[in-house]
Design a protein around this ligand. Structure first.
Ligand code: NI
Length: 263
């Protein structure tokens, strides 16, 4: 993990020859110990090339979800092998979504896909460094899980995230306090598609499209079956007249520390 991060920082500058782990071999590893290193940006002398200015990217739209049928689709645990295809499908339906990124899933080849998320108007959210149950961590480890991903995403995209999704939805007063200190709203969900457990596209379609206006839908862009379900579920939402919004568009500015699952 230390080599990977250092390399990512160096690659952004000069093209370091050490290979990062392949995406296929990597994944959220709940059993791993927290790495001792800080994010890539902390390494002296290894400055990444400047990320595009967030000002040049689409801003949250002033959509009144009190008067419009809004749904906030959210995709967790990536980026992964299917994420760029997910972006293609969302673009076809003019759909914005929120991607809750796991820091250790961000490899050197993911810069373009993360920057495309931003350019396409999607929101980026923090899903911790390696998908730990935050309520089980020490204060220092809890802080590290969040800050390490914040810094890496800022470095790669120029975006400062405002939303935290605690893995497993596990949160408590201490997690809320840390989220508040770090300026992050806690974004949970109202509709769980259970797409990680039931790898059946038609179930993902049925469960996601049961969402009522103003709700957040939880999915995972790392599962092929979810990606297969996406065109169909978007067609159903289209027919029902839904507008696809990011979590910040659904709630307006997220209040740091506050929990959100539906309007
Ligand atoms: Ni997750």
């Amino acid at each position: 993990m230390r080599v990977g991060l250092t390399c990512l920082a160096l690659l952004l500058v000069s093209g370091c020859g050490v290979l990062l782990p392949s995406r296929q071999a990597a994944g959220p590893s709940p059993a791993a110990t927290p790495g001792p290193t800080g994010p890539a940006g902390e390494r002296p002398g290894a400055r990444p090339s400047p990320a595009p200015s967030p000002r040049s990217t689409p801003q949250p739209r002033p959509i009144s979800c009190a008067h419009t049928k809004c749904v906030a689709l959210t995709f967790d645990d990536g980026p992964g092998n299917y994420t760029s295809h997910v972006l293609d499908v969302l673009a076809k339906h003019h759909a914005r979504a929120t991607f809750f990124l796991v820091g250790e899933m961000i490899h050197k080849e993911d810069g373009p896909v993360l920057r495309r998320m931003v350019a396409d108007g999607h929101e980026l959210g923090n899903h911790t460094w390696d998908h730990r149950d935050l309520t089980a961590l020490s204060d220092a480890a809890l802080n590290h899980e969040i800050v390490r991903t914040e810094r890496l995403v800022k470095e790669v995209t120029g975006v400062r995230m405002h939303a935290l999704r605690p893995p497993y939805g596990a949160t408590d007063r201490r997690v809320a306090d840390e989220a508040r200190r770090l300026g992050l709203g806690q974004v949970l969900w109202a509709v769980d598609t259970l797409d990680w457990r039931d790898r059946v596209p038609k179930l993902v379609v049925r469960r996601s499209t049961a969402a009522k206006p103003g709700q957040i839908v939880l999915m995972h862009d790392i599962h092929k079956t979810t990606v297969e379900a996406l065109p169909r579920l978007l067609s159903v939402f289209d027919k029902k007249g839904f507008t696809y919004v990011t979590v910040s568009e659904l709630f307006g500015d997220l209040k740091p520390g506050k929990r959100y699952s539906n309007r």
